[in-house]
Design a protein around this ligand. Structure first.
Ligand code: NAP
Ligand code: MG
Length: 490
């Protein structure tokens, strides 16, 4: 057997030091924010508030109102009133104009929104500026265009709005998830009550200000902040016609049982544990970039993250050597620095969860490898990490961790790759890297996942449907499918 040359390794002792390149624009974050109900900001009925912090500095950013059951009731009533009296009666073309107006105003205020997103949630400014906020505007533009063309989307099926939608979103893409929810709902003629996650309420509240500036009829969009209890009160409110939830599988299951037996429609976008499969005929350098983008984008706080690497055994050592070298170049630190690749972990709780998995991986027998980058003294940060030599039964292979940590396994045949890829409770996404088109068709068809990328990863577009199989959720968002989720088309 010919001996393989050992992979060429890079020398990082002479690593480049980049001068800081902080984002300097000043943004306005008020010391406190109220609930946005009926087109106006008003305090919580019991005056309760909570604090949102900057996870990169651990400093408080603002004090935010916590909505009680009474506030949820106020918001649902205002949404119903707006639906009955204004929004359901307005010509679709006029409705579309408002949605376009929101899209344009988001573009105009893109820089401010990007900075606040990075401050409140910890993601690198490069990502909030180049990915999140442009996609937010794109979603509003895309669904604005559909508002007066619904009969063409569903010919002969007389599409009608559902009524009042309760929408609950997570902390990993705060404003983007708000856009995924609000844009199709209102374009289809529904009114909404939206609750952002507790750690990232600020960009949703900025969106409320934009909505006010757009003169959207009061009550069409209501944004109320609070914790899980507020979310549960939305789910259980009898005045809600549809629940759209993005979050963990655990809470998704609770929501499903809470609304069982009611007439509420639902879409649930839940967790994932995607396999990124690298065949020996792949272009290795591109695949390594795809692995990096798959797991380290947004600190790995991505439902469709490529958090499991399945690499063909014959190229394992080469891929891992190149991957480790590339990982050593990742800059972890201040989210507002334009050089930063990996920002802060969203919260102390999430960092503790990730650290728990770091020690579990060792206990389970994986080899834990981390880059030797420096971490800031303050804030919640985690080094890019590999769990090498994992087995399919390891919890770090089966459970969603939601951090910059990648579990690595090998396979020998395409059948084994598919078997391992599908063998988790989830089915949200996946990736395949190969030179052969036929292999792409075979593997993507065999993978039980809502989205499978071929020779790329983590690409999003408002025209494309998104959603999961198995415990990754029910229903689809995005594209035409995303319209159907907000209409009666029977
Ligand atoms: P989470 O704990 O399920 O929270 C999601 C939202 O639900 C938050 O606004 C949360 O409020 C609220 N909530 C908590 N308990 C509730 C209850 N009993 N009833 C109603 N609402 C409740 O999830 P997360 O930790 O914020 O987000 C991470 C999860 O989201 C991951 O599992 C990830 O995979 C998933 N995700 C999925 C997609 C997708 O499209 N499939 C996209 C992004 C994220 P609090 O913030 O106050 O807890
Ligand atoms: Mg925060």
């Amino acid at each position: 057997m010919p001996t393989q040359n050992p992979p060429l390794r890079l020398n990082f002792s002479t690593r480049w030091q980049y001068a800081p390149a902080p984002e300097t624009a000043k943004v306005e974050i008020k010391p406190s924010y109220d609930l946005f109900i009926g087109g106006k900001f008003s305090p919580s009925t019991e005056g309760k508030t909570f604090e949102t912090v900057n996870p990169a500095t651990e400093k408080p950013l603002s004090q935010v109102a916590s909505a009680t059951h009474k506030d949820v009731d106020r918001a649902v009533k205002s949404a119903r009133n707006a639906y009955d009296k204004v929004w359901s009666k307005m010509p679709a073309k006029e409705r579309g104009k408002y949605v376009y107006r929101i899209a344009r105003m988001i573009q105009e205020r893109a820089r401010e929104l990007s900075i606040i997103e990075s401050m409140d949630g910890g993601k690198a400014i490069r990502e909030s500026r180049d990915v999140d906020i442009p996609l937010v505007a794109a979603h509003f533009f895309y669904y604005a265009g559909w508002a007066d063309k619904l009969e063409y989307a569903f010919p002969g099926r007389a599409p009608r709005a559902l009524g009042v939608c309760g929408q609950i979103i997570p902390w990993n893409f705060p404003l983007l998830m708000a856009a995924w929810k609000i844009a199709p709902a209102i374009a289809c003629g529904n009114t909404v009550v939206l609750k952002p996650a507790e750690t990232t309420p600020l960009t949703s509240l900025k969106l409320a200000e934009i909505i006010q500036d757009c003169d959207l009829p009061p009550g069409v969009v209501n944004i109320i902040t609070g914790a899980g209890d507020t979310g549960a009160a939305i789910v259980n409110h009898p005045g809600i016609d549809k629940i759209a939830f993005t979050g963990s599988t655990d809470v998704g299951k609770r929501i499903m049982s809470a609304i069982a037996g009611t007439n509420k429609k639902y879409t649930l976008e839940l967790g994932g544990k995607a396999a990124n499969v690298i065949f020996d005929d792949a272009t290795i350098d591109q695949a390594v970039e795809g692995i990096i983008n798959g797991i380290f984008f947004n600190q790995g706080h991505v439902c469709c993250a490529g958090s499991r690497l399945l690499v063909q055994e014959s190229i394992h050592d080469k891929v891992i050597a190149k991957l480790q070298d590339r990982m050593q170049t990742l800059i972890v630190g201040d989210p507002l620095d334009k050089n930063t690749d990996i920002g802060a972990i969203n919260s102390k709780m999430q960092l503790e969860k990730i650290n728990g998995y770091l020690s579990l991986a060792g206990d389970e027998g994986a080899n834990v490898w981390q880059t030797d980058c420096e971490l800031p003294a303050k804030g919640f940060f985690c080094r890019p990490t590999l769990f090498l030599n994992c087995a399919q039964s390891h919890r770090v292979v089966q459970e969603e961790i939601f951090g910059p940590v990648l579990a690595v396994q090998t396979f020998r045949t395409p059948e084994e790759a598919v078997e391992k890829a599908n063998n988790t409770p989830y089915g949200l996404s996946g990736g395949v890297w190969t030179d052969k088109g036929s292999k792409i068709f075979k593997i993507t068809n065999a993978m039980r996942a809502g989205v499978v990328w071929a020779n790329t990863y983590n690409k999003f577009d408002p025209t494309s449907p998104f959603g999961g199989y198995k415990e990754s959720g029910v229903g689809r968002e995005g594209g035409l499918h995303g319209l159907a989720a907000y209409l009666r088309v029977d």
